[in-house]
Design a protein around this ligand. Structure first.
Ligand code: NAD
Ligand code: AHE
Ligand code: ZN
Length: 369
């Protein structure tokens, strides 16, 4: 069949809207009509050419919602008409990682996913007879996409996909990082570095956990209003201070915060986030994705004196078993999604959505087909 898609033909170049050829789903695969997709900073990161796993040409996009159109051989957990959210962190329930009960990092399709191909090593997308690669197992910048069955969460069909697509990445990651990775407790102090969708979702999660002080940090003060609305108690612009931001946070709190979260992808800020964690027990969660060749560093003394450095992928959430419940929470108003959607645009204008993100003018732009 044919599908309308925004294709990244080359790193650093705008996406091109073209009609691709799409093969039907093979064994264990599902054809999904994407109704809505948002852009996450990770899409911009891969498009920039900084992603060691970036392959081109590719159909990017991993924060989407859609409806099952056709299932391949052996698929039993979804059927045509089901409403689904594609997952970049699959959940097979059978691999060492799924069975461990310790992590959401399923490996069922991860190796081939990282190479931009389906589990059989080939692509379903092609353009003028040449393969076009998949992305993060989702490729939601195409009206129709093929994904592995283990990469689909079946969700309530009554949910609003213009909002629930955000649970495909950003909001789930931020909220999950608070509850599953850091395990923030009532009264704990929190510092959030970077107030895009991920940082704002961390703030929302911290509020749910009844955190005490929630310090929101960004170099773009336009982000502070929404941060306060989500529950931030203090907003700090590092540019307003002539000392390192970790020192500012330590002076604000006495000994530092119980939990800090880096939601930018900047290795210098990752260091600052670790170093503003409380002596003896403070922990810092890396969420941001840093470019090829970047490394983190700090004085080992920071860890010797009791700080913990951690990281999280998709907020530690197991997509097939836990995402349906998060969709219910959103429908019940326990997770607020609407404030994240600052813009909506048709697929044809997706490059404007990337510009809005780069200029810091949007939180999430939702693309509709
Ligand atoms: P975004 O671009 O919308 O937000 C980033 C924010 O950081 C912006 O508000 C920007 O002004 C701010 N910022 C930039 N430099 C700063 C600095 N030096 N100090 C303070 N603030 C600064 O991005 P997003 O979509 O919210 O994603 C954030 C990061 O999380 C990205 O690196 C993305 O790739 C990553 N991410 C990781 C996961 C995961 O599972 N680990 C999931 C989703 C996104
Ligand atoms: N491809 C990059 C790594 C990118 C990365 O860390 N991705 C996050 C999700 S970002 C979503 O917006 C993640 O889940 N990582 C774990 C995984 O299995 O990909 C690189 O450096 O190679
Ligand atoms: Zn993402």
């Amino acid at each position: 069949m044919k599908t309308r898609a925004a294709v990244a033909f080359e790193p650093g170049k705008p996406l091109q809207i073209v009609e691709l050829d799409l093969e039907g789903p093979k064994k264990g695969e599902v054809l999904v009509k994407i109704t809505h997709t948002a852009l996450c900073h990770t899409d911009a990161f891969t498009l920039s050419g900084e992603d060691p796993e970036g392959v081109f040409p590719a159909v990017l996009g991993h924060e989407g919602a859609g409806i099952v159109v056709e299932v391949g051989e052996g698929v039993t957990s979804v059927k045509p008409g089901d409403h689904v959210i594609p997952l970049y962190t699959a959940e097979c329930g059978e691999c060492l990682f799924c069975k461990s009960g310790k992590t959401n990092l399923c490996v069922a399709v991860r190796a081939t996913q990282g190479k931009g191909v389906m589990p059989d090593g080939t692509t379903r997308f092609s353009y003028q007879g040449k393969p076009v690669y998949h992305y993060m197992g989702c490729s939601t910048f195409s009206e129709y996409t093929v994904v592995a069955e283990v990469s689909l969460a079946k969700v309530n069909p009554e949910a609003n996909p213009e909002h629930t697509c955000l649970l495909g990445c950003g909001v789930t990651t931020g909220i999950g990082a608070v509850h599953n990775t850091a395990r923030v407790q009532e009264g704990d102090s929190v510092a959030v570095f970077g107030l895009g969708a991920i940082g704002l979702a961390v703030i929302q999660g911290a509020k749910q956990a009844k955190a005490g002080r929630i310090i929101a940090i960004d170099i773009n003060p336009a982000k502070f209003e929404l941060a306060r609305q989500m529950g931030a108690t203090d907003c700090v612009n590092p540019k307003d201070h002539d000392k390192p931001i970790q020192q500012v946070v330590i002076e604000m709190t006495g000994w530092g915060v119980d939990h800090s979260f880096e939601c930018i992808g900047n290795v210098e800020v990752m260091r600052a986030a670790l170093e503003c964690a409380h002596r003896g027990w403070g922990q810092s969660v890396i969420i941001g994705v840093a470019g090829a060749g970047k490394e983190i560093s700090t004085r080992p003394f920071q860890l010797v004196t009791g700080r913990k450095w951690m990281g999280t992928a998709f907020g530690g959430v197991k997509g097939r078993s836990q995402l349906p419940g998060m969709v219910e929470d959103a429908m019940a108003g326990k997770i607020e999604l609407a404030p994240f959607v600052t813009h909506t645009l048709p697929l044809e204008r997706i490059n404007e959505a990337f510009e809005l993100m780069e200029k810091g003018e949007s939180i999430r732009t939702v693309i509709h087909y």
